[in-house]
Design a protein around this ligand. Structure first.
Ligand code: GLN
Length: 501
């Protein structure tokens, strides 16, 4: 595949990998192009918290040397990638967007990072996020918000807004995100990119700083379905260091993306995930995408998932409960920030000062909510009830997947909102996750892909495809068929319409 333009940053990951392995360009040139792009636009976008320039160039040169020696290169060798700052990478800071981890350099690589390295990918740096992955706008980062390349006054989604914005600003062709309630998919939707939350247990959580361990999952962020598949295949698969990692073959997502054929597939429209509360431009584009899927030969029916109505409420009890426990480890003793340690202060005082100054308001809110929900007098009423709802949601999915192969919905109820618009209104912020949360609660998989620009504001809209656990390949089959039909209509990927920065 030949490089078809002068700018290496506008190429797909697949094109770059082919050009590097055929010797058309060097990995070093590709890396330099992306580092230069970061230098010129990241002041405005703020997708990155740390850029690892020297190590990225050293890796790129090592890939070039490997190629010159005649050794075979893997499918993404030499391709640059950005990693959300919630995954550990030896030697580089890992802040999770929080002051409390300022200065901490983990001594080990997460499994995801290890696999990227083993695939000879070039890690450019770490991307911005809402503090401890709590949020839908990246405004809760202690290091300032990331801006949406479609409109710098708007949010890029969250919590993984940095990874999505890096793709949309052509600072990286691929990125890693994590998705506990939508943090890969919602940023993808509002930035016109592709994001996948793999089946729970499909990608190792080893080295992923825990938010809510029963929901957290790392996954691929890309500008196309095919690129996402290549990255998905690189990071997925069993890891004995994560006890919830699934010991089963990874579905062949690359083949499914190449097939991209929905003829005869049964697709369910989730009745509860549309209508009231969804912006009209989102609904219009969603309906048009469904018509396209029908025209491509899918059998589309409406499906009811009555308990989805309670998903948001259950999630905002389960997540804070788990988070309040997981975040207890940030005590000023073991990692990063330590406040008030004057040699006289008690351990308790140092812990409480560190936590008071180290955590932002949203994190404190959730720690308090979670601690309350788990307290002995309220455990059954809140946490216990929420767990029952979780079971009912899993049953809704199981019933639906008896009738259909995949479910679809809009990914997010609105397009990107303005920075500052919802940051002081937690409920308004939480409502962004209405369509993404059921999948996390049930542990199955989902993809968001762009389906157009909303009529009223010209901003990108995403469609969500949901599949049963371990059927991640279906996401790619449907996603690539829809993407191909849209590309045929537009003549290019939607992301090509992003304003130049
Ligand atoms: N918006 C969700 C939340 O605030 C997303 C979390 C996530 O997926 N990390 O909890």
């Amino acid at each position: 595949m030949a490089i078809d333009g002068p700018d290496l940053t506008r190429q797909s990951a697949a094109t770059l990998a082919d050009a590097i392995s055929s010797g058309e360009v060097s990995a070093e040139e590709v890396t330099r192009a992306h580092l230069d792009r970061i230098d010129s636009v990241d002041g405005a976008v703020h997708a990155f918290l740390h850029v690892d320039r020297d190590a990225a160039l050293a890796t790129a040169r090592a890939v070039d040397a490997k190629r010159s020696s005649g050794a075979a290169l893997g499918p993404l060798a030499g391709v640059p990638i950005a990693v959300k700052d919630v995954l550990t990478m030896a030697g580089l800071p890992t802040t999770c967007g929080s002051r409390v981890l300022e200065g901490w350099r983990p001594p080990y690589d997460s499994t995801v990072v290890e696999r990227l390295r083993a695939a000879d990918m070039v890690i450019l740096g770490k991307t911005n996020m809402d503090e401890f992955a709590m949020g839908s706008s990246t405004e809760h980062s202690a290091y300032g918000p990331t801006r949406n390349p479609w409109d710098l006054e708007r949010i890029p989604g969250g919590s993984g807004g940095g990874s999505a914005a890096a793709l949309a600003a052509f600072e990286a062709p691929l990125a890693i995100g994590t998705d506990t309630g939508g943090s890969i998919r919602q940023p993808a939707a509002v930035t016109g990119t592709v994001g996948v939350k793999p089946t729970y247990g499909g990608v190792s959580r080893y080295g992923l700083v825990a938010l809510a361990s029963s929901l957290d999952q790392a996954g691929p962020c890309a500008r196309s379905v095919g690129d996402s598949a290549l990255l998905h295949a690189t990071i997925a698969g069993h890891d004995p260091r994560d006890s919830t990692s699934i010991d089963a073959p990874v579905p062949d997502v690359v083949a499914a993306a190449a097939l991209g054929d929905v003829r005869g597939m049964r697709i369910g429209l989730v009745r509860e995930l549309s209508g009231e509360g969804y912006q009209s431009g989102v609904q219009q584009l969603f309906q048009r995408a469904v018509e396209i899927l029908t025209n491509l030969g899918a059998d589309v029916v409406e499906v009811g998932c009555p308990n989805f109505e309670y998903a948001l409420a259950a999630y905002y009890l389960i997540l804070p409960s788990e988070a309040s426990s997981n975040l207890a480890r940030f005590d000023g003793m073991r990692y990063g920030l330590r406040v008030g340690d004057d040699g006289q202060a008690s351990v308790e005082d140092v812990m409480s000062l560190t936590r008071e100054q180290g955590f932002g308001a949203e994190v404190k809110r959730r720690i308090m909510l979670g601690t309350y929900a788990l307290s002995s007098g309220y455990y059954d009423a809140y946490y216990g009830q929420a767990q029952k709802v979780r079971t009912l949601i899993a049953r809704d999915f199981a019933n639906a997947f008896e009738k259909v192969d995949v479910l679809v919905s809009p990914t997010a109820p609105t397009t990107a909102f303005k920075i500052g618009e919802k940051v002081d209104d937690p409920i308004a912020m939480y409502l962004n996750d209405i369509a993404t949360i059921p999948v996390n609660l049930a542990g199955n998989c989902a993809m968001s892909l762009p389906i157009g620009l909303a009529l009223e504001d010209g901003l990108p809209v995403g469609l969500q495809i949901m599949a049963p656990a371990l059927a991640d390949d279906r996401l790619y089959r449907v996603g690539s068929a829809l993407e191909q039909a849209l590309v045929d209509a537009w003549g290019h990927l939607l992301i090509e319409e992003v304003p130049s920065l």
